[in-house]
Design a protein around this ligand. Structure first.
Ligand code: NAP
Length: 266
């Protein structure tokens, strides 16, 4: 059985991917804290410092790099500072460390998990992802780059935080195409089997929704009553949001409402 290393294997996407890879592979996870799945080889490490990276890639044929550090995603809401800069310790410097060690260890395939529209967006976090993609392409390990649209869990977390406001302003006309991490993980697992594929087809959710539709569906499945007010947005912002969707790419099957219903409070 081939060993596959998953960085970010404790995260939302990573957990789904580990579950899908386990039946056919030895799965190793590089993580800052040890998980409790006895079927996984846990390597304690930190991409921001380089600790454990050489040990994690030893003897590995495929690396799936799904670790990331987004302060806004962790918090569940952006601060003005996130629109100016975002740390690159994990996504840029960590990616470089991982690539160097993977090349030294003779890995045959590095799959980099990225975001639809990184080449068109000026948001600092997406620019960091774009720089990581560039490193992967130049890094000397045969590669695949897989981009996805926004994950359901993140939209849910952000709406949950935003709904604490007395009135939630909704830039109603912006488009979004949220996707289930399990659907995307199945695509990532497919590309692990396929081998290095370069820039692969973008992956998005089954439907493109306006933010108004996204919020309306969310309200139906959440207990917290929230009042909303439509926020007008300039055409430039509408285009920028559309750049983060991929209506003609590969699509998952789990809709936003299906995902919400499965997690609705009793
Ligand atoms: N969220 C989205 O909407 C979205 C959309 C498209 C693509 N993506 C991409 O998909 C990938 C996975 O995203 P996700 O939403 O599943 O992320 P997530 O749930 O926030 O998980 C991030 C993972 O990175 C790990 N990590 C953070 N800092 C680390 C460090 N210093 N060293 C080692 N590991 C570290 C975390 O481990 P700890 O347990 O140690 O914190 C965790 O396993 C990322 O590349 C992201 O850019 C995300």
């Amino acid at each position: 059985m081939e060993t596959v290393l998953v960085t970010g294997g404790t995260g939302h996407l990573g957990r789904d991917l580990v579950r899908l890879l386990k039946p056919g592979h030895r799965v190793r996870v590089l993580a800052r804290s040890r998980g409790d799945d006895p079927d996984v080889e846990w390597v304690r490490g930190d991409l921001a410092t380089g600790a454990g990276v050489a040990k994690a890639v030893a003897g590995v044929r495929t690396v799936v790099h799904a670790a990331t550090w987004s302060p806004a995603a962790r918090r569940g809401y952006p601060l003005p500072a996130d629109l100016v800069r975002t740390p690159g310790d994990v996504d840029v410097f960590g990616t470089r460390r991982l690539l160097d060690e993977a090349a030294r260890a003779g890995a045959g395939h590095l799959v980099y998990v990225s975001i639809v529209g990184v080449d068109r967006s000026r948001l600092p976090y997406l620019r960091v992802k774009r720089e990581a993609e560039r490193l992967v392409r130049a890094g000397g390990v045969p590669w695949s780059v897989l981009r996805a649209t926004q994950f359901h869990w993140l939209a849910d977390r952000m709406l949950g935080r935003a709904a604490r406001m007395p009135v939630l302003p909704v830039p109603a006309d912006l488009e979004t195409q949220p996707v289930d991490t399990a659907d995307f993980a199945a695509y990532v697992a497919e590309r692990v089997e396929a081998g290095p594929g370069g820039q692969c087809e973008d992956f998005g959710g089954p439907e493109v929704l306006s933010l108004e539709e996204l919020v309306d569906q969310w309200r139906r499945f959440r207990v917290r009553p929230v009042r909303t007010v439509r926020l007008p947005v300039p055409e430039r912002a509408v285009r920028a949001a559309r750049d983060l969707t991929c209506p003609s790419g590969r699509r998952g099957t789990t809709s936003w409402s299906t995902w919400l219903r499965a997690r609705a409070p009793e």
